[in-house]
Design a protein around this ligand. Structure first.
Ligand code: PLP
Length: 380
């Protein structure tokens, strides 16, 4: 068959590759970003109850309305922004689907889109499907900050979108108020759309607040904001998230989304609507994950890895220059095979495989898992 791939350069994601390797070598999986502890029992009960109560048919396309209302309340409480649950929120099967729909709905072939690297691996293939011309801007190394001068210089009359991610995967860096002010100045008087991936919105550390674009009215009016209940409620396998955008953008988003998926899994939506009433679930998340970050860093203090700062997300980066001069992909494979700990090489998050000899650990794990992993890593 003469099959012309639409994504000729795309391979199986590194997360799948490393998780498979972790499985094959019976290694501790600090690679893929998912918790290995159970979610709150109320959430499980609420989903089971929803199924038993017969809530098993299609939800409305934009999402179960009580859930959208709870999301609107959460946004107002967290970011002081009132959004319309009817017209400005759509529930999706995870953040990835929301990113896909937002890009597909607004980026035309030939449009320029700015992506900050390293970046989550769905952005570039999705933009390729849109026919976008991607302008890649690297975060500074090793601080992993946005070089706003480079962003400013890359803006042209064809710039359609800037993709942001805060808290950031894989680096654990966060954007702050000054970043949002710079961004607002750059996009003022343009038609540039912001796609702000905030799936780790409730995981920031050391008392720093999450600087959602929803805090800046000037940005909110041109932004898609993406969130994921998978991250917030320790249920990545439930693949439920949402997108927030002004009605004008959301109308276009829904035109695409209705034919991608039409609606998300109903019992999960009902369950999230119930548990969101208990704010403690997300309000306690910063201290919950900060304790894990601090514990992992303490366990690793005597290792020869150099731990970089982690301000948010559930990721910890480490340089291994003192241990090896292997490239980071080879090092990750070697670590999995010979020391039994699977990690992700950070070069996988760059289109040109930029290799700064840095690997990513996921610390969304039980203390016991972190102890076993650190024990093995300290022997390297
Ligand atoms: C930065 C970022 N965006 C989006 C996603 C996707 O979230 P979901 O699992 O809800 O599709 C992830 C998941 O790892 C992520 O790290």
């Amino acid at each position: 068959m003469n099959l012309r791939s639409k994504l000729p350069h795309t391979r199986t994601t590194i997360f799948t590759v490393m998780s498979q390797m972790a499985h094959d070598y019976k290694a501790i999986n600090l690679a893929q970003g998912f918790p290995n502890f159970p979610p709150a029992s109320e959430l499980l009960d609420a989903a089971a109850n929803a199924m038993q109560r017969g809530l098993n048919q299609y939800a409305p396309m934009a999402g179960y309305l009580p859930l959208r209302e709870r999301i609107a309340e959460k946004i107002e409480e967290c970011y002081g922004r009132r959004v319309n649950a009817e017209t400005e929120i759509t529930v999706t099967p995870g953040g990835t689907a929301a990113l896909f729909a937002a890009m597909m709905a607004t980026v035309h072939a030939g449009d320029e889109v700015m992506v900050i690297e390293p970046c989550y691996d769905s952005y570039l293939p999705t933009l390729e499907l849109c026919g976008a011309v991607v302008k890649r801007i690297s975060l500074t190394f090793p601080q992993y900050e946005v070089n706003w001068d480079a962003v400013q210089q890359s803006v042209s009359a064809k710039t359609r979108m800037i993709v942001l991610n805060t808290p950031h995967n894989p680096t654990g860096s966060i954007l702050r108020k000054a970043d949002m002010e710079r961004l607002a100045a750059i996009v003022r008087n343009t038609d540039i759309i912001i796609l702000s991936d905030e799936v780790y919105e409730h995981i920031t550390f050391d008392g720093e607040q999450h600087e959602s674009v929803l805090r800046t009215p000037e940005l909110t009016e041109r932004s898609f904001v993406i969130s994921s209940f998978g991250k917030t409620f320790h249920v990545t396998g439930w693949k439920t998230g949402y997108c927030v955008a002004p009605a004008e953008l959301m109308r276009e988003f829904r035109k695409v989304y209705q034919f991608m998926n039409f609606a998300s899994f109903t019992p999960a939506q009902v369950a999230f609507a119930e548990v969101l009433a208990h704010k403690a679930h997300y309000q306690t998340l910063p201290e919950f994950y900060q304790a894990k970050r601090d514990y992992f860093r303490k366990l690793m203090a005597d290792s020869r890895f150099e731990l970089l700062p982690s301000h948010g997300s559930y990721f910890q980066l480490a340089r291994y220059s003192a241990l090896s001069d292997m490239n980071d992909s080879d090092f990750a494979v070697w670590l999995t095979q010979t020391h039994g700990v699977a990690v992700i090489p950070v070069s996988a998050f760059y289109a040109d495989s930029t290799d700064n000899h840095v690997i990513r650990f996921c610390f969304a794990k039980t203390e016991e898992t972190l102890e076993r992993a650190a024990d093995a890593l300290c022997k390297v």
